[in-house]
Design a protein around this ligand. Structure first.
Ligand code: DGL
Length: 253
């Protein structure tokens, strides 16, 4: 059994990749809908929210957990790894996927990172990329508001489209060769992004799933279960646009 966590439906974009990579595995998904969005919260708050979810997983005897959340991976992974040392094996999103984001890029090429405020501030993608090639330019773009567009299903509203256009135009202005979808909610918006700027979009969830597959066997009954901390009905409604889900149980952490 593998635990998968995020603040909301974004993590399902990673779960879908995990399911493709390990179809027989059992997955328990936790969406922290009570505390969404994580991206505008402090490091301390994000640590606490994620710690509570990890404790919930531990009670269920789940010892392998995927952080299907860039924000948690960026600001709380190291502290949580230390806190749950020898108890939980964590797969963080940014650290496992970012090295693959610059494959084929050359010196002085620009890569843009679309992410939440907290991820942008952490400069985590930049840190991992620059360690591999310091000559790649990294442009980080704070996309606060995109998470709400996905959660509230407002992708067709003018206000949403204006915000998206404004943010994607920053990557365009910098002539970015590739764009990292640095928040797990964003793969659901990629068709809209492409209409504004048609470049190569990198989905970290695909590469995280590959890493998990290398380390965990494809054994189990192919079971999926879902838990949320608030409004299961609303979660199912938003999730259904892109994931086949019937039930989510409410848990008060
Ligand atoms: N989907 C998460 C991420 O990848 C969290 C977004 C949020 O809650 O702000 O960053």
């Amino acid at each position: 059994m593998i635990g998968v966590l995020d603040s909301g439906v974004g993590g399902l974009s990673v779960l879908a990749e995990l399911k493709k990579a390990l179809p027989n595995q059992n997955f328990t998904f936790f969406g922290d809908t009570k505390n969404i969005p994580y991206g505008t919260k402090s490091k301390e708050e994000i640590f606490l929210y994620t710690k509570n979810i990890l404790e919930f997983f531990l009670e269920k005897n789940i010892k392998n957990v995927v952080f299907a959340c860039n924000t948690t991976s960026a600001v709380a992974y190291l502290e949580l790894k230390e806190y749950f040392l020898n108890k939980i094996n964590i797969f963080p999103l940014i650290q496992t996927s970012a090295p693959y984001a610059i494959v084929d890029l050359k010196d002085n090429d620009t890569i843009a990172v679309l992410a939440t405020k907290a991820t942008t501030k952490s400069k985590k993608y930049e840190e991992v990329i620059k360690k591999i090639n310091e000559k790649i330019n990294v442009v980080s773009i704070d996309c606060t508001g995109f998470v709400e567009i996905v959660e509230n299903r407002t992708y067709k509203e003018k206000k949403s489209l204006d915000l998206i256009e404004d943010r994607i135009n920053i990557a365009k202005k910098h002539n970015a060769k590739r764009i990292i979808l640095g928040c797990t909610h964003y793969p659901y918006l990629v068709d809209i992004f492409r209409k504004i700027y048609n470049v190569d979009y990198f989905d970290p969830g695909i590469y995280l799933a590959r890493t998990v597959k290398e380390q965990i066997d494809n054994v189990g009954q192919g079971k999926l279960e879902f838990f949320v901390s608030k409004n299961p009905g609303e979660f199912i409604l938003s999730a259904k646009t892109f994931f086949n889900i019937e039930n989510a149980a409410l848990v008060n952490l």
